[in-house]
Write a protein that binds this ligand. Sequence first.
Ligand SMILES: [Fe+2]
Ligand SMILES: [Fe+2]
Length: 256
Amino acid sequence: MMTVIAHLSDTHIDTREEDDGRSIARTKAVMTYLNSLPYDLDAIIATGDIADHATPSEYETARKLLATRHPLLTCPGNHDERAAYREHFLGEPASRAPLNSALVTARFTLALCDTSVPGEDYGRLADETLTWLSTLLADTPPTHPVLIGFHHPPVPLNTPYVDDIRQHDEHRLAALTSRHPNITAFLAGHAHTPAATTFANRPLLVAPGVVSTLRLPWEPQPHHVHHDLPPAVAFHVLDPTNRLTTHYRPIPLTTS
Ligand SMILES: [Fe+2]
Ligand SMILES: [Fe+2]
């Protein structure tokens, strides 16, 4: 049986007039597409920068926009703020503790880790997040595939602006990974461009940004963002032998 996980990132929901409804329209197009699929996804993940300014109104809007019949897991990014995220997006008591969550099924385990650092744009796994992940991995059978998602990619992606604010202290995650061959891949956001690379000898798959696409250094106007390219999602597929394939799918805005 196939496992299909849809991966979106960087919705940057912005309810101010200046945004002209762009972030909302683009997120709505993506979710309408996913919610209209004639297939029950194993999960949808949203890897951070859910809101643009972490206001209650942005999180309340994001909660409505991301409503889905598919299992949904999310984690914060550098634009998010843990207390407001908990209170207004998840509907939980406000707390500044890291936001980690896992989906454990008979076929796979999906762990979303909080790499946000309060007040900073770069990312880092807090000690308590690493302990949480280490315990989850220790409790997972050694042949059970594990996918690990977070906002900040732990390697540079040839995108100087994002590379400067990537995930720091990644050697700790690499050391943990070396002890768990069943970690199948890492899934990230933050870069606002679909990308595939490796980290700790595993695939590292970066979701496109829903709100915008970052121009690459060899494109016109490097490091600025495109709003003319459509939003897109990644589909991570595990086949019955646990081989991973990722498909990147642009979503026309006309589907909203
Ligand atoms: Fe972002
Ligand atoms: Fe980010």
